[in-house]
Design a protein around this ligand. Structure first.
Ligand code: OOG
Ligand code: NI
Length: 454
């Protein structure tokens, strides 16, 4: 009997296939996976069942997110078809053009499963960015025209891959043989190309933005990192440093503190120099290196409501200002000192218990009824999305130069509606998805207990 693979099975198989490919090509990623497994095993041993409140250990062990970058709305719409086949939908709009002091001329969304059961089966997600070539702060009209013609001439996703993707989406999966072919082509589309890079073109774009060169300087795309999830990121950080792998200076996102973990904490190691060939303007082939692929790891906490998120955003600003003032006073200012400041702002912003987080309407929780005892249990909802500031930090920590941004020019308007138009699909708002999960849980609990949900 031949097997039929449903979208979630394609998604899980694709996450594994990408992970295998990345591990072969980027050995430090394999080290990161080994250390992540150690950290998670030790955490589960220490915390027992509590360790699984934000996702089963099976889910967390398989959990990855990746990141890719494309150049045009057409490419973006194709990405949506490939991920659509795997039950991954575009969620959220991120504008990174102003989220960093460096030149990051992109807007982004994340493709991910949205239903609770689908997330539990395999939560694979891909942060997907596209270049805003029309933004005059980064690209002159002439450079935009040349970029657009370069991008229009390339094919990132071949017709066979797209046809299989469309079939999978229309028919709710693929028979085994087609599934194998789909996974092979999809994985191949995200491998690093070994084709010689046009040196003059790449360097011209790099002078404006290293991200622009990475996206528009070569004729293919690649996965630029793949991120495992850990249950204790501070432990992971220490163990990686102990193995001699230098991580970026800080863990991005909320500080370590005694209260509940919220949102997302991430850290990474810088992209490694990988040998590449370039074609010089004289047609000569020369060897050089590019730093485009890196490693990242993350810990996920409780999803915050709009009120919780506003409190988070205000705390981030407050920490920045207090840290800037402290740095001005003290030439020996350290990352450790910044963490202390962050913890004290945190303690004023968020309560130290989950119960208070729920009562104050800052975090999202579901409610599950037990008909035998007539009681209702509160469970935290894990944050499934990204943070624009951390994302910008990840981009920034891997740039070889700041690039050039002309502040005298106007930004080009881009928003969630524009992104939905480019994708040709609805773009879900993360807050609506969390609210929906809560509503469903309340309705189910009310039914179990035989009471009116209002
Ligand atoms: C994406 C960076 C964003 C994250 O985890 O916030 C990201 C990129 O470098 O293309 O992956
Ligand atoms: Ni990432």
């Amino acid at each position: 009997m031949s097997t039929f693979l449903e979208p979630w099975q394609l998604r899980a198989a694709f996450a594994r296939s990408l992970s295998d490919m990345y591990g072969t090509e980027v050995p430090a990623y394999t080290t990161l996976l080994d250390v992540s497994h150690e950290v998670n095993a030790d955490f589960v041993a220490r915390h027992g069942a509590d360790a699984e409140r934000l996702g089963s250990i099976a889910r967390v062990t398989a959990e990855r997110h990746g990141a890719i970058r494309v150049g045009t709305p057409t490419e973006m719409a194709q990405v949506a078809r490939v991920f659509g086949a795997m039950g991954m939908r575009p969620v959220g709009f991120y504008d990174l053009r102003d989220a960093s002091s460096s030149s990051v001329p992109v807007i982004s969304t994340a493709f991910r499963p949205v239903d609770r059961d689908e997330l539990a089966r395999n939560p694979f997600r891909v942060f997907t960015s596209m270049l805003v070539t029309a933004d005059r702060r980064f690209f002159t009209a002439d450079l935009e025209r040349r970029l657009e013609s370069f991008l229009a001439a390339r094919t990132l996703f071949g017709p066979e891959l797209l046809a299989l993707a469309d079939r999978a989406e229309a028919e709710g999966g693929l028979p085994e043989e087609q599934a194998t072919e789909f996974l092979r082509l999809a994985t191949e589309a995200f491998e690093l190309s070994r084709e010689p890079v046009d040196q003059a073109w790449y360097r011209e774009l790099e002078a404006v933005s290293a991200v622009a060169a990475d996206i528009g300087g070569i004729a293919s795309t690649h996965i630029n990192h793949l991120t495992p999830r850990v249950l204790d990121i501070d432990d992971l950080y220490a163990r990686m440093e102990a193995r001699g792998i230098t991580m970026i200076d800080a863990i991005q996102g909320p500080p370590r503190w005694e209260g509940p973990d919220v949102l997302l904490r991430q850290t990474s190691f810088r992209a490694l120099a990988e040998p590449r060939t370039f074609r010089t303007p004289d047609g000569e082939i020369v060897r050089d290196a590019l730093r485009v692929r890196f490693g990242e790891v993350e810990a996920r906490g409780i999803a915050l409501t709009r009120e919780g998120r506003a409190a988070y955003d205000a705390a981030v600003v407050e920490i920045d200002e207090a840290a800037a003032a402290a740095r001005a006073d003290d030439p020996g200012f350290t990352e450790e000192r910044r963490q202390e400041i962050a913890r004290s702002v945190w303690a004023r912003t968020f309560p130290t218990t989950e119960a208070a987080l729920a009562e104050q309407g800052l975090g999202w929780f579901t409610y599950e009824a037990d008909s035998a005892t007539g009681t209702v249990r509160r469970e935290p909802i894990v944050y499934e999305d990204f943070l624009p500031r951390s994302a910008a930090g990840i981009f920034q920590s891997n740039l070889t130069s700041d690039g050039a941004k002309d502040a005298t020019q106007e930004a080009t308007d881009r928003d969630a509606d524009w992104m939905a138009g480019a994708l040709g699909r609805d773009l879900d708002d993360p807050f609506d998805l969390y609210a929906d999960q809560v509503d469903r849980s309340l309705a189910a609990a009310a039914e179990t207990l035989g009471v009116d949900p209002a």
